[in-house]
Design a protein around this ligand. Structure first.
Ligand SMILES: [Zn+2]
Length: 395
């Protein structure tokens, strides 16, 4: 099949290279059949033309695969930089409806107008700030620090309310918006309805929201802390169904590793743990094993969600996400019957753990090619940093 195009992965933040960098993150990517990635800003801002240029150069030096970027985190201060960033071919911007990068309603609408005017897309982390604050007050006064407290902070309603707001604003303004890492059945229903009404909204979910529920936090505790938090079994079902009918456009890894040292304190105080999981190398095996081999996903839908749609949504040109004459030969060969136990020590990421540790997955990539050259085979990485090209967006 075509190599996967991961539309949302945190591979490189200059402040956190002990977690991952372009070389380690894209090594994990090719071992997982991912041949292109749209790198997502983490905490070091990528919100001016200079900062975008610096990050492109970093990727060109150290990535093993072709890449594009999301710029962020956007707010009223860096809004005037949108035209210059778009000029560089980065036409995807990220903002939040909640902490730690809360954009209020006015900011959100201003960002939508500006991105729309510059043929760009606005990615929104959609969880409601008021509901989060209200729940936080209650949890703090009850002295709650256990892992489950984190899942009560921003429940389904928080996502539902924020997704609906984003859709309403986008519909009114005529902006293109993309809901990041959706986790709830209510979110799926809202997007389904909005698409029928021709609102220009797309959305993504991630392997962890398709496989785990908040119950799994009882065993894995802070290691499954992420934002949005895990939800219930009905949400998992709704996300698989949403993928099947095209409501959920893409699956992204939302690769956001933290070290064990950053996770462990969460057993005592969940608010002190890093939120995020390593995911880029296990994304395809999880989708093959839990999706295709369990008949919750067809290979056609997998290809649409992980190859064609990310290219279309983020405007990555005509050469990625397809097998066709003239396209880049970015390919992955998968063995649908191969069974393998996930062992973090066999993965190529920097951090020494995986939320899937010990799980036997059926269906693994066995060979990956980028632009016609083998970059992964027999568990070996055959690509070198610096081979990668920056992919400008055309929207
Ligand atoms: Zn993210």
């Amino acid at each position: 099949m075509p190599g996967l195009v991961d539309g949302h992965a945190h591979l490189y933040d200059p402040a956190f290279t002990y977690r991952e960098d372009f070389t380690s993150g894209t090594s994990a990517a090719v071992a997982g059949g991912v041949t292109a990635v749209v790198e997502m800003v983490l905490t070091t801002p990528v919100d001016s033309a200079d900062r975008v240029r610096a990050k492109i150069e970093e990727g060109q030096r150290n990535s093993l695969i072709d890449f594009s970027l999301h710029a962020g985190m956007m707010n009223l201060n860096n809004l005037p930089n949108i035209p210059a960033i778009a000029q560089l071919g980065v036409r995807s911007f990220k903002t939040f409806t909640c902490k730690p990068y809360h954009a209020d309603d006015h900011t959100l609408m201003s960002l939508m107008r500006e991105t729309a005017m510059h043929h760009s897309i606005l990615n929104v982390h959609a969880e409601d700030e008021t509901i989060a604050n209200e729940n936080m007050q209650r949890l703090v006064s009850a002295g709650r620090k256990d892992p489950m407290a984190h899942t009560e902070w921003k429940p389904n309603l928080a996502e539902e309310r924020a997704v609906n707001k984003v859709i309403q604003f986008a519909g009114g303004i005529g902006a293109r918006v993309h809901i990041s890492h959706m986790s709830t059945q209510e979110g799926v229903a809202a997007v389904r309805k909005a698409k029928r009404q021709r609102v220009r909204v797309t959305t993504e979910t991630c392997p962890h929201y398709l496989t785990f529920t908040r119950k799994d936090m009882k065993k894995q505790g802070p290691y499954l802390k992420m934002n949005p938090s895990l939800k219930g079994p009905k949400d998992v079902d709704a996300l698989w169904r949403g993928l099947g009918d095209g409501t959920v456009d893409i699956v992204t890894s939302e690769h956001a590793p933290g070290t064990r040292a950053e996770k462990e304190p969460g057993w005592e105080d969940i608010w002190k743990a890093w939120g995020g999981v390593p995911a880029i190398e296990t994304m395809l095996p999880v989708l093959l094993s839990e999706g295709v081999n369990r008949h919750r996903l067809t290979l056609q839908v997998l290809q649409r969600a992980c190859c064609e749609n990310p290219v279309r949504i983020f405007g990555l040109g005509t050469k990625k996400g397809v097998i066709r004459t003239g396209a880049d030969a970015d390919l992955v060969m998968v063995d649908l019957k191969m069974k393998r136990k996930v062992r973090a020590e066999n993965l190529h990421q920097k951090v020494a753990w995986s939320p899937y540790e010990g799980l036997i997955l059926k269906g693994w990539p066995v060979m990956t090619m980028r632009q016609g050259r083998v970059v992964f085979q027999d568990d070996g990485i055959l690509a070198k940093p610096g081979d990668a090209e920056f992919l400008p967006m055309f929207l």
